[in-house]
Design a protein around this ligand. Sequence first.
Ligand code: FE2
Ligand code: FE2
Length: 146
Amino acid sequence: MSQQQQLTAKLNEQLNREVTTFPRYMVQGASIQGAEWESVRAMYLAEVTDEVGHAQYLANQIVALGSTPDIQPELAAPLATPQDMLERDIVEEQTDVANYVALAELAGKQGLYALKMAMEQQAADEDEHRQTMQRLLGKLLAWGCP
Ligand SMILES: [Fe+2]
Ligand SMILES: [Fe+2]
């Protein structure tokens, strides 16, 4: 597998993660009830747009690199409580941060500096999401706190 094929394969893996994230956040935002969880509901609904944007960027770059997006998302089972949703999604956001950091490194090695910077920005977006979720659970912001 060439370096470029390796990069497009990793971009496609991350595209599939994003394509599982935004319907999950949309449904969680739609289903959370109760005044005490209104801020969690609003957070999920607001983050749908970010995750769609991430997916769109990845799909555009896969095509720009000469490949075709292969979308086969594995949707996770819904969770019952806002606490469980936040606990799971903090872990998922951490995985997304790590994936984007790795993608930035791969892109940089191939001289694709715009892609490198965009992957770093998407890592930062996911880290913001993680921090917001940890704050909503009343937890510290450092890694490994959930
Ligand atoms: Fe994302
Ligand atoms: Fe995110």
